[in-house]
Design a protein around this ligand. Sequence first.
Ligand SMILES: Cc1cc2nc3c(=O)[nH]c(=O)nc-3n(C[C@H](O)[C@H](O)[C@H](O)COP(=O)(O)OP(=O)(O)OC[C@H]3O[C@@H](n4cnc5c(N)ncnc54)[C@H](O)[C@@H]3O)c2cc1C
Length: 390
Amino acid sequence: MDFGLSPEEEGFRQELRAFLKKELPPDWEGEDEEGSDEIWAFGLQMRKRLAQKGWLAMHWPPEYGGQNASRIKQAIFVEEFAYFRCAGREIYGPYIVGPTLMLYGTPEQKAYFLPRIARGEITWCQGFSEPGAGSDLASLSTRAVEDGDDFVINGQKIWTSYGHRADWMFMLARTDPNVPKHKGISYFLLPVKTPGLELRPIVNMASVHSFNETFFTDVRVAKKNLVGRQNEGWYVAMASLNFERSGAEYPGQCRRLVEDLAEYARETRRNGALLARDPVVRNKLAERAVEAQISHHLAFLVAWLQDKGEVPDREAAASKVYGTELIQRLANTGLQLLGPYCQLEPGDRWAPMKGRIERIWLNSFGRTHAGGTSEVQRLIVATRGLGLPR
Ligand SMILES: Cc1cc2nc3c(=O)[nH]c(=O)nc-3n(C[C@H](O)[C@H](O)[C@H](O)COP(=O)(O)OP(=O)(O)OC[C@H]3O[C@@H](n4cnc5c(N)ncnc54)[C@H](O)[C@@H]3O)c2cc1C
C-alpha cells in the first residue's frame, strides 16, 4: 500500500479544511453536544451545504448525484469532518440505504429515494436490533404479515439512534417464522410517522437522548416499500454491511483530541510545574499520538482495499476495534491529565476543555458496542483473518 496521498487527494483535504473553517462558527464546540436541538438544526443546514458541494454522496455514480469518488477521498472527508467535530454528515442514507437500493431497489424506489438522499433531504434511522436480537440479529422476532397491498408489523426494536429526528426507517422483520431463521426475514422502508409506530426515548449515561425504544402496533407498510424479495431481507442487509465505512472518523477524532490535550498540558501548571514537562504526561500523550497514527493507517488500508474492489471485512473489523478502543484509552488519558476537574459540567466556566473529556469518555463505551461489538469484531479477525476455527 502507498501511504501517501496523491496531489489531487491532498488538494481535496486542503479544500475541505478551508470549507469547514469557513462554515463553522468561531465558537463551535461540536458534536459532543449531539443531543441538543441547536446542534441538530445546524447539522441539517450543513448537510444541505455538503450536498451542494456534491460531497454528501460523493462515492455514488453521477447518475444518482455522486462523483464516483474513490474510497480514499471519502475516507479523507470522514476523517476531516470528525477532526473538526462537525455535525451534519448523514451516515445511513449515503452509506447504507442508497447503496442497498442501487443493488436491490425497484426503479420506483431508486427514483424516489436516491436523489433525495443525495440532496440531504431525508434523515434515516435503523430498526434492526431488538431486546432479544443484537449480535445474533437473525434471531429477531418482530413480525410482518401480508394483508392486501400492505404488510402489518408488530413487535419491538431497541437502540434506534436518532429515531426521534428521522423521517424514514429501514428495518428488518420476520415474514416467515417456519423456515431457518436467516431465511424468513424481509427488509422494509417506512416513514417514522406511520400510525402505530411509537418511539420512547432512552437517555444514555452521558445524559444525551440519542437513541430510542421503538414499538410497532399494527403498523401498515405498503408492499412497494419492501426492498429485495420477500424473505430475502437478511441477504439484502448483509450486503449493505459490506458498504460499511473504513472507520476514518476514529483517527480524525483522536488526532484532534491528542492536539487538544497537548495544548492543555502546555498551558496548565500543577504543583507549580508545567504539565507538559512531566515525563509521564509526555510519554502518555506521545503514546496516544502514535496510536492515532496507527488508527489512521488501518482506516486508510480499508479504503485502499475497497478501491481495489476487495471486501476488506477483517481489516474493517480491526480498524473498528482499534479506533473505538483508542478513543476510550485517549479519553482515559484525558481524565488522568485533568484530574477531578474533568467532572465539571460543560457549562461551568472553570471546566477544562469545556467539560468535553468526561463526555467523550462516557460516550466512548457505546462506540465499542454499536455496529458490532469489539468481541464480535475480534471473532472476525480471528476466523477470517487468522483462519482460526469458529
Ligand atoms: C450507541 C449505540 C447506538 C446504536 N444504534 C443502533 C441503531 O440505530 N439501530 C439498531 O438497530 N441498533 C443500534 N444499536 C444496537 C447495536 O447494534 C447492538 O447493541 C449490538 O449489535 C450488540 O447487540 P446487543 O446490545 O444485543 O448485545 P449482545 O449481542 O447481547 O451482546 C452482549 C455481550 O455479549 C458479547 N457477545 C455476543 N455474541 C458473542 C459471540 N458470539 N462471541 C463473543 N462475545 C459475544 C458481546 O460482545 C457483548 O459484550 C446501537 C448500539 C449502541 C451502543
